[in-house]
Design a protein around this ligand. Structure first.
Ligand code: UDP
Ligand code: MG
Length: 136
């Protein structure tokens, strides 16, 4: 069943630094994901730790928090039919080496940690993550 949803997307520091923001936004728009709100920000390590707290028991957690706070990121609210799963499909697998061709991570990702984009993985997390960056 098709449903209009909103999801949170982040263009991560490796992609912002390589000036890939416009290319990635074009990929969203070509795939019927409309950018409803967006901002370029540079978060602190504490904010990254809060955002990624679901991963706090993982061995990569500390590196992940250092990385997400290492440079500017672009956070966006994407909207469209089945936006959460459509965005995850467009992003591709976490490890760019395993991602399908034409996905964002296959096209631009450098490694499993520098994989260019984040996307919410469920309705609950999309709501939480949108609130995290766009509380009004
Ligand atoms: N990550 C990592 N090493 C790993 C697994 C994940 O550095 O072995 C990083 C990677 O940047 C990933 C993020 O942690 O995007 C969150 O992991 P998750 O499993 O939620 O992947 P995603 O939902 O981003 O595909
Ligand atoms: Mg995830």
């Amino acid at each position: 069943m098709n449903k209009i949803e909103q999801t949170l997307s982040i263009i991560k520091p490796d992609a912002v630094e390589r000036n890939l923001t416009e290319n990635i936004k074009n990929m969203f728009e070509k795939n019927n994901l409309v950018i409803k709100d967006q901002k370029k920000i540079h978060i602190t390590k504490d904010e990254a730790a809060d955002f990624y707290k679901v991963h706090q028991s993982k061995p990569f957690y500390n590196d992940l928090c250092n990385y997400l706070s290492s440079g500017p990121i672009v956070v966006m609210i994407l909207e469209g039919e089945n936006a959460i799963s459509e965005n995850r499909k467009l992003m591709g697998a976490t490890d760019p080496k395993k991602a399908d061709k034409n996905t964002i991570r296959k096209t631009y990702g450098i490694s499993i940690d520098k994989n260019s984009v984040h996307g919410s993985d469920s309705i609950e997390n999309a709501e939480k993550e949108i609130k995290f960056f766009f509380k009004d």
